[in-house]
Write a protein that binds this ligand. Structure first.
Ligand SMILES: [Zn+2]
Length: 95
C-alpha cells in the first residue's frame, strides 16, 4: 500500500517525499485496514465486500491503484504477485 502511494506521489506530484495529500491518504488507508474485519484474510480491496473507504478517499485510492498497479509488477514483482494471488481468493462472508 505504502509503496504504491509513494510511487503515485512521485509520478504525479513530483515530490521526493510524500506530499501532505498523499501522506493523509496513506494514514487513512492504514486506519481503515486496521478497522477492517477481514484483517489478514482480507481479499484485495476491489473485491472486499465491506466498503470501508469513504467515497472521496475511495476515488483517490482507486486512482493510485490504477496508476501504480501495473508498475508494481516491475518495481515490486513479489509484492504484486502476492497481491494478485490475494485477488484470486473469494471474499469471505463477514463473520
Ligand atoms: Zn502526493
Amino acid at each position: 500500500m505504502e509503496a504504491m502511494i509513494r510511487r503515485y506521489c512521485r509520478d504525479h506530484h513530483h515530490s521526493p517525499e510524500l506530499c501532505h495529500e498523499c501522506a493523509d491518504l496513506l494514514a487513512y488507508a492504514r486506519k481503515r485496514l486496521h478497522h477492517c474485519p477481514f484483517q489478514e484474510n482480507k481479499p484485495t480491496c476491489g473485491k472486499c465486500s465491506v466498503h470501508c473507504y469513504a467515497p472521496q478517499q475511495r476515488q483517490r485510492i482507486q486512482a493510485v491503484m490504477r496508476h501504480a498497479g501495473p508498475r508494481m509488477l516491475f518495481s515490486h514483482p513479489i509484492l504484486a504477485l502476492l497481491h494478485l494471488l490475494d485477488g484470486l481468493r473469494k471474499p469471505r462472508k463477514q463473520p
